[in-house]
Design a protein around this ligand. Structure first.
Ligand SMILES: Cc1cc2nc3c(=O)[nH]c(=O)nc-3n(C[C@H](O)[C@H](O)[C@H](O)COP(=O)(O)OP(=O)(O)OC[C@H]3O[C@@H](n4cnc5c(N)ncnc54)[C@H](O)[C@@H]3O)c2cc1C
Length: 466
């Protein structure tokens, strides 16, 4: 049954353990700051184009439509783009990341079953049907806190620095550890947990995948919103839409067997981690190309308000932002048009996905630089909201006029400052470099996929070596 935004919001009062600024949050839906993230997620339930008719499951969310070919992937890309745009340029992860993980789990569980005669695929499909029928939202906790990055999970001084199995019971397993940066976990219905890297036989206890409801006993979530709007009266965008990041602690959490999707099959941990990453990077370049409209729109409007839109160096700056937006979008489309089919499921082309994601990682700083350059020093020094609205407001507007009047220019400067000269800008930089896998992870993915023989053959032919 398709849920409404209100049904989703009222389901959040389920006793989940959420902490913010050292205090346990009694009701996240009523919290003055954190509720922005819940309302943001709820918008997914109001999207008119979200549902489709599945012959077995009825009217269900398109996010959970299993991609069978290019058309499905293209539609997924377009929907993520549209929904990001509808949410004021902020990604709505609510059903996107969970479906990315489910598709990867469907493929990998079949392979584990074929080797070990396990029944993981059946468990994944049963869980999938439960999610789809109840129209639930899912966060994915993949990134472990990882401790000393040069060491494998079993080599860490504290064995809990990667999530691991600490007890095996007849009815399920008990896990302990912590995952970092779990976007929207505190306002999601469910959390899917998967490994973050390839594992060796000695890491078997860490080769575990499972799903739990967000109110599971022992699950402790310490949250940080994208932008802490308390005291930030100038925030425009962050008062409308943002997401929460969570340090997700699994304090001896029980998981029943029917929700365990990998249990010590260490040789499949890397495949699951990479497959999820491919789906999720395709999601990333889809939402990021829509998010780029924030920077492009602010840059273009600020250039016009400053009267410099026609200047050649300003046009070059605007083109830098257009490149960032459209190269990501082209990457998503190329990935969808050239999928890899595995176990009858379409995977976005890993090479094109990683190329687009790497471009996104390494060029966002140029986007910020372009916006700062166009807007001018006022991106750092704009008077506060209280001053703009206060006794001297008209005087300030008189002196902040540009090619348009002061009030109109100030409105543009406010969002430009939020995007390029505030804590949100710092958050976005971290997001663009690390979220959905760091730049180095995209480089590793790209190098793994890239076949150099075509290029080598050409040079060998010229050298007369073939
Ligand atoms: C805004 C945001 C949202 C996110 N959302 C989610 C989410 O919903 N779910 C989720 O699971 N994750 C999420 N992530 C996590 C994201 O995937 C990671 O941040 C990313 O994979 C980098 O991992 P890390 O943060 O632990 O950094 P690190 O791995 O510590 O990386 C720091 C640097 O160390 C390098 N490094 C790390 N290990 C090694 C090594 N062994 N050898 C050499 N160099 C190394 C890296 O390449 C990098 O340059 C999110 C991150 C951000 C910023």
């Amino acid at each position: 049954m398709a849920r409404t935004p209100d049904e989703y919001i009222s389901s959040l009062g389920d006793g989940r353990e959420v902490w913010y600024r050292g205090v346990r949050v009694s009701s996240i839906a009523d919290h003055p700051v954190l509720s922005i993230a819940a309302r943001h997620l709820s918008k997914i339930y109001a999207m008119g184009d979200r549902l489709y008719h599945d012959s077995e499951l009825g009217s269900i969310s398109k996010y959970y439509k299993i991609p069978r070919g290019s058309e499905d992937l293209l539609e997924r890309h377009r929907m993520i783009y549209r929904h990001t745009y509808e949410c004021n340029g902020i990604f709505n992860i609510g059903q996107a990341i969970g479906s990315d993980a489910l598709f990867a789990l469907m493929i990998v569980s079949k392979k584990i079953d074929a080797k070990y005669r396990t029944n993981y695929y059946e468990r994944v499909i049963n869980y999938y049907k439960y999610i789809v029928k109840n129209d639930l939202s899912i966060a994915v906790a993949q990134t472990d806190v990882k401790g000393d990055r040069s060491k494998r999970p079993h080599e860490q001084r504290d064995p809990d620095l990667y999530v691991r199995v600490v007890d095996v019971r007849s009815d399920g397993i008990v896990v302990r550890g912590a995952k970092a940066h779990t976007t929207q976990a505190a306002v999601s219905d469910e959390i899917i947990v998967i490994p973050t890297r390839a594992m060796t036989p000695k890491d078997s206890d860490y080769a575990v995948a499972f799903a739990i409801p967000a109110n599971t006993k022992g699950l402790r979530m310490i949250v940080r919103p994208i932008d802490e709007v308390e005291g930030n009266s100038s925030a425009v965008l962050s008062r409308k839409d943002y997401e929460l990041e969570t340090l997700t602690i699994f304090d001896n959490v029980f998981v029943p067997w029917d929700r365990v999707f990998m249990f010590r099959e260490h040789e499949y941990a890397g495949l699951l981690a990479n497959l999820f990453a491919t789906y999720h990077r395709f999601t990333a370049v889809s939402y990021r190309s829509a998010m780029a409209n924030l920077y492009l729109g602010a840059a273009s409007l600020a250039a016009k308000a400053n009267g410099v839109f026609e200047a050649p160096h300003i046009r070059s700056r605007i083109i830098e932002i257009i490149l960032w937006k459209e190269i990501m979008r082209m990457g998503a489309i190329a990935s969808a048009v050239n999928p890899v089919i595995d176990e009858d499921i379409a995977i976005p082309n890993p090479l094109y996905t990683n190329i687009a994601k790497l471009y996104s990682n390494t060029n966002f700083s140029k986007v910020l630089e372009a916006l700062v350059d166009i807007v001018g020093g006022i991106v750092s020094t704009l008077p506060s909201e209280e001053d703009l609205k206060g006794e001297l407001g008209d005087l300030i507007a008189k002196y902040l006029a540009g090619a348009v009047d002061g009030k109109e220019r100030i409105a543009i400067l406010k969002i430009a400052k939020e995007l390029a000269g505030s804590s949100l800008a710092g958050y976005a930089l971290g997001l663009m470099i690390h979220a959905e896998g760091s730049a180095e992870a995209s480089r590793i993915g790209l190098a793994r996929e890239y076949n150099l023989s075509e290029a080598e053959e050409l040079v060998k032919r010229i050298l007369g070596n073939t």
